[in-house]
Design a protein around this ligand. Sequence first.
Ligand SMILES: [Zn+2]
Length: 124
Amino acid sequence: MNRFEELYQNLKKEQVQLQRELEQLRDEMKLAGEGREGSPFGKREEEATEASELERNLILQSRLEDALAEVEHAIRKYEAGTYGICDLCGGAIALARLEALPQASLCLECKACQTKNGRNKSVR
Ligand SMILES: [Zn+2]
C-alpha cells in the first residue's frame, strides 16, 4: 500500500465518522423541534435556551458539512488520480501537508493566498 492509499483509507474513515456525526446531530435537532411543538405552554426562558442551542447546532451542522465536503472532494480526487495535486496551480502538495491534513486540496502557497483573499470577502 503506498502512502496516498493509506491517506485515502483514512479519508474514507473520516467520511463515515462525519456522516455519522451529522446524522446524530440532525436527529437531535429533529427531536428538539418535535419537543417544542408538543409543549405550547413553554416558558419564555426555556424557549430562549432552545433557540440558542438550535443556533449552536446549526453552526455545528454547517461545520460538519464543510468538513465532509472537503473530505469527499479529496476522495474524488484520489479516485480521479489527481490526489496530492493542487486544485489551483496544478503543483504537487507537499506530502508533509497531506500527512497533517489528508483532505488538503491546495498547496501551501495557494492556501495562504486564498485565506488572504477570503478574509476580505467574508467580512460582513
Ligand atoms: Zn497551488
